[in-house]
Structures are given as C-alpha cells and as structure tokens.
Design a protein around this ligand. Structure first.
Ligand code: ZN
Length: 313
C-alpha cells in the first residue's frame, strides 16, 4: 500500500469514526461486553454442529462499542445479535480464511445490516486466493456482485454507482511470514502474517486498540515463527485448539496441537491465553491440553465458550 493511500484511508477512517460516534454510538444502549477494551467470543466451536457451539468468530469491544469482527462462522450471526452489537457500529471485518466455519454467516450479517442506517463504507480484509479458495474480493463478489453473485439482490451494498446506504470495501492482504501493517485508524491498528493451514491461504491477525493488543491465530499448524512474532507481548492470544496432542496426518498438517500453542504463547510472552475453536476431538480433553501447554507456558489459560467476554485491563 502506498503511503499516500494509507494517509487517505486514515483520514477517512477518522472522519467516519467521528460520524459514527455522533450518530449511532450510545454505550449505555449496547449490552456490551463491559470493560474499556475486551474481546468477546461469538463462536468458540469448529465446523461440527454437535459441539453445540457457534463456529469461529470474535468481536472486539471498546467502551461499549463493537469495533472489529474477526471471522463469521456458522451460528455466529445469532451470537452477534445476542451480544448487543449492530453492524452499523463496526469499523472493520477481518477474515482469517474462507473455510465455512470461519465465513458461513457473513451473508447473514450483511443482510441484517440492510435494516440499519449504516452510511460509512465497511472495509473487509482477508487473504488472497489460490486454486482451492477464493480471495477476499472474490468471496465478497461471489456473494454480492450484480451479475453472478449468489445474493445479487443485495448488490447495491457492493457495486459502485448503485444507490445504497453503504458499500462493502473488500481487500486482499498478501502477507508473508513477516508482520504486515494493514490498517490504521486513530487508536486502532491491524496487522497480519501469513500462517500455514494446509493449502489454504490463511492469516493470523494482531489488533492493537487503545494501547491493548489482542492476537488471533486463526487456523494454522503453527509452522514457522511468523505467528510468534505477531503475538509478541499480546495482552490476549486467542489460539485455536482444533486437534489434541498426538494428532497426525491431515489433522496435524492443518492444525497445531496444545504443545505448539504453549510454545508460541511462551516464546511470544503473551499475558493471557484463550483456547478456542474447540471441537469434538478436543472437548473433554481440557486437562490433557492444559498440561501440555503448562509444560511451556505459565500464564493464565482460559477455555472459551460462546459469548464469553475477556477484558483487557
Ligand atoms: Zn480452517
């Protein structure tokens, strides 16, 4: 991104944030996840419906306002409503990757926004595509473009020139294993690294907000040291526990076992570890998972449930 574009985006962002704060934001009216800065788990599960959890999704709150949504797996749109958040309040949506359990409720969220009075653009950042997966711009376009989009009846929220209350602004983030700065808006800064999740283009995200740092591993097998650098000194590190210790084969090529989570949390010196993306194969093994992590990491460990709220003091 050029310096010029970054400056323009920052200025627009600051203006739209002020606009939003004047029009929509009344902390007293939102059933917010308390605290000055907090991360709320909208979906703590994986793809299986029998885990009775929504699939991956997280919301970052600041002073009663939901500012950043990370992923939108199945079931998370309902949790989003239950959290008290509205789409008008969001500053940005981030995707780690486009497996169904990270993106399946995106269209439901966008349709819900139709009934709100959002005016400012909605930036959406996620990975590029490959032969297995669409890029972020393709994903949004495959759903909402006016010609071939599955939900082309909502194309006015994407197509320039069409009348509509606001526009989605999707962007592909071509990150490497080195941390890439993606977005800055006042006291909110977003950066990402590419992580290895089998053959699926995937990102881990670092959200810096009001001096607090929350990092999301997304799905990854933990290979390489990009995630460790990204998570350095995080107040909260949300790590995905999709496989138990000892996993092999395709499961291990896609996901990191507890020992790897513990090593990354220790090496990155994170303050607080939240374990999420809990699946049938890891649920009920919390004792074993904790013990593997404890061999490496000594800080607090929490196992996430839907709608759990973790404040950053
Ligand atoms: Zn995945």
């Amino acid at each position: 991104m050029s310096r010029y574009l970054l400056v323009v985006r920052t200025v627009l962002c600051a203006m739209s944030t002020l606009f939003a704060s004047l029009l929509h934001l009344s902390p007293a009216s939102a059933q917010s996840c308390g605290a000055h800065v907090a991360v709320q788990v909208l979906g703590s599960g994986g793809p299986e419906l029998q885990d009775q959890r929504a699939s991956s999704s997280y919301l970052i709150w600041q002073d009663g306002r939901p500012r950043v949504l990370i992923d939108a797996g199945g079931g998370s749109a309902l949790r989003f409503g239950e959290s008290g958040a509205t789409m008008s309040m969001l500053d940005v949506i981030l995707f780690s990757h486009f497996h169904v359990d990270h993106s399946g409720d995106f269209a439901a969220l966008i349709k819900s926004s139709w009934f709100e009075d959002r005016k400012r653009p909605l930036p959406i950042y996620g990975p590029p595509g490959n032969e297995f997966m669409p890029s972020t711009t393709e994903f949004v376009s495959d759903l909402f473009s006016d010609k071939r989009g599955a939900y082309r009846y909502l194309s006015e929220l994407l197509q320039p020139g069409e009348p509509g209350s606001y526009k989605m602004q999707p962007h592909n983030i071509v990150a490497t294993s080195g941390t890439a700065s993606v977005f800055r808006c006042g006291d909110l800064a977003l950066s990402a690294v590419r992580v290895i999740h089998g053959g699926v283009p995937a990102l881990a995200w670092r959200v810096e907000i009001a001096g607090r740092v929350i990092v999301f591993s997304g799905d990854t097998n933990g290979q390489g040291d990009g995630l460790t650098h990204l998570a350095q000194d995080a107040n909260i590190f949300v790590a995905h526990n999709a496989v138990p210790e000892g996993a092999t084969g395709v499961e291990r090529r896609l996901h990191m076992p507890p020992s790897v989570i513990g090593q990354i949390a220790a090496d990155a010196d994170v303050e607080h570890l939240v374990i999420s993306h809990r699946m049938l194969r890891t649920l009920g093994k919390e004792k074993q998972t904790t013990s593997e992590i404890r061999k490496r990491y000594s800080g607090p460990i929490e196992f996430a449930d839907d709608l759990a709220c973790y404040a950053v003091p």
